[in-house]
Design a protein around this ligand. Structure first.
Ligand code: HEC
Length: 274
């Protein structure tokens, strides 16, 4: 049996369906917009109020990640573990062979004293007691720090170590993380700096660094080094980011095709109604 509707009624139904679907579309757009638009607001380090710098991180740049991984195992892994990251996964994601990783990126040994296997997690041999006795705190696992602190925080933290005579022991402080227990491990590369302040009391503000001792790297080279380290830490905190984005694009494309098909299907269903 064919459904017959008066044409005025059919028009009303059509208009109602059209406006409902438009509202749904607009709602979907409104809900998803914040996901696509990354609103950039100036970031400040929690606590210290120091303005953070934003490095040019590209986690799809394998060369940058390889340099970052090399620096990380050389300069950071003596103290910090990266407990959730496996060397073998690193090889796969950074476009390296497992031999490359075993020969160039593994400097630790396992409990039996054998070189750490490529399938192992990126852990080190520092015991918690040793860490606590040496630094007052156990150096934290850095696998997820890019998520908890953010890339800008890590980059600016690595850039703002300075000489501070008021601190006993290491005599080093940090502008982003005042009172940090970590020594300036990249002092050879960056050299030693001291902050210059202007103003007094509440108006006192940081205007730049003066160089106390030159490092082996220029400022640009040092910035590039810590950008690579930050990129590597960002990769570790979210190793499947690029796979997720690829799948996301595929899903969007699928929905687009589905919309076109649904449109023609709708036309087909409604063509006999009026
Ligand atoms: C000599 C040991 C040592 C080395 C080497 C070292 N760190 Fe640290 N690091 C520490 C200690 C100790 C802390 C804890 C500081 C605190 O909480 O006061 C720390 C804290 C940090 C934090 C802050 C983590 C958080 O969420 O609070 C980051 C980021 C960090 N280190 C990055 C690095 C990077 C990158 C390297 C390599 C370039 C490195 N560290 C090398 C000892 C070390």
């Amino acid at each position: 049996m064919r459904v017959t509707l008066t044409s005025a009624f059919a028009k009303k139904v059509k208009a109602a369906i059209f406006s409902t679907s438009m509202t749904a579309l607009l709602l979907a757009a409104a809900v998803s917009a914040p996901v696509f638009l990354s609103v950039s607001t100036p970031a400040f380090a929690a606590g210290s109020g120091f303005a953070l710098e934003t490095p040019q991180i590209d986690t799809s740049n394998q060369k940058s990640l390889q340099r970052g991984a090399k620096a990380y195992v050389n300069y950071c892994m003596g103290c910090h573990t990266a407990d959730y990251q496996r060397y073998s996964r690193l090889a796969q994601d950074l476009g390296l062979s497992e031999e490359d990783v075993a020969n160039n990126l593994i400097f630790t040994t396992d409990k039996a004293g054998e070189p750490t296997k490529v399938g192992s997690l990126m852990v080190n041999n520092m015991t918690e007691d040793y860490g606590r006795n040496s630094f007052g705190v156990v150096p934290p696992n850095l696998a997820l720090t890019a998520r908890s602190r953010g890339e800008d925080w890590i980059y600016t933290y690595l850039k703002t170590f300075y000489l501070d005579e008021e601190r006993g022991g290491v005599g080093v402080n940090n502008l982003v993380y005042p009172g940090a227990a970590m020594p300036h491990v990249l002092w050879e590369q960056q050299g030693w700096k001291k902050p210059i302040y202007e103003g007094e009391g509440d108006a006192k503000h940081f205007v730049g660094f003066e160089t106390v001792t030159e490092g082996t790297m220029s400022d640009q080279q040092y910035d590039a080094l810590i950008t690579d380290i930050t990129a590597f830490m960002s990769y570790m905190a979210d190793p499947i980011k690029h796979t997720r984005h690829r799948i996301g694009m595929f899903v969007m494309l699928f929905l687009l095709v589905l919309t076109v098909i649904s449109y023609f299907l709708k036309k087909e269903y409604w063509k006999d109604v009026i």
